[in-house]
Design a binder for this molecule. Structure first.
Ligand code: GDP
Length: 204
């Protein structure tokens, strides 16, 4: 899929205020500094669409972008900010839980995982929540250029092996690098397939 246009639309604190759910939507989430903004910018071919976070945890909003006038990317505030207060964490939990459970046009959640690290508890905890709520997701292993291919493969393999202990079905995963422009085509073809499925089911 070619990206013909990518526009920032709106930021909200609640799912109720989000744009009309009439187009397929893809949410991106992960730990702070995982490379989410860089990934959204790479996918959309824009250098500054999503703001790369100098100050982690600053943007506590549901951010909508309209792509090719036909589908949405949503940049969600991530988890695991050490500096967040308990009140802020609770507000985040509620907003994210609400958004994920109520957003009827949400096709899948891309959960970003730093490929440099061994599996982290906090990522599994988030996947568990998605499982409990029955929300479809895919894993995106980011920053693949930062370690050797061997280490990336090992971390991905270990992550998936660990998932198999709890999950019957392992969703498709992607390996990305915004430096090497890796993974963009695969993610966009996948989104294109899902967009077609969404639009066909809407027609019925
Ligand atoms: P966010 O907080 O998850 O939105 O993360 P950012 O997109 O702001 O990225 C955090 C840091 O990681 C920044 O310094 C980015 O330049 C860097 N980064 C993000 N993706 C990559 C990547 O694929 N490769 C490398 N080498 N650095 C990356």
């Amino acid at each position: 899929m070619e990206i013909r246009s990518a526009k920032y639309l709106i930021s909200n604190v609640s799912v109720e205020a989000c744009p009309k759910p009439d187009k397929p939507e893809y949410a991106f989430i992960g730990r702070s500094n995982v490379g989410k903004s860089s990934l959204i910018n790479m996918i959309t071919n824009q250098s500054k669409l999503a703001k790369t976070s100098g100050t982690p945890g600053k943007t506590q909003l549901i951010n909508h972008f309209l792509i090719n006038d036909s589908w949405y990317i949503v940049d969600l505030p991530g988890y695991g900010y050490a500096k967040r207060s308990l009140t802020q964490r609770n507000a985040w939990e509620k907003m994210i839980a609400d958004y994920l459970q109520k957003r009827t046009n949400l096709v899948t959640v891309f959960v970003l995982i730093d490929s440099r690290h061994k599996p982290q508890k906090i990522d599994f905890e988030f996947l568990d929540k998605l499982g409990t709520w029955g929300i479809p997701f895919n894993m995106v292993f980011t920053k693949a250029d930062k370690s050797t291919q061997r280490d990336v493969s090992k971390n991905v393999r270990t992550f998936i092996e660990q998932m198999k202990e709890d999950w019957e079905f392992i969703p498709r995963s992607f390996v990305t690098s915004t430096i090497k422009f890796l993974g963009r085509k695969d993610i966009l073809s996948y989104i294109e397939e899902l967009n077609d499925a969404f639009n066909n089911s809407e027609k019925k």
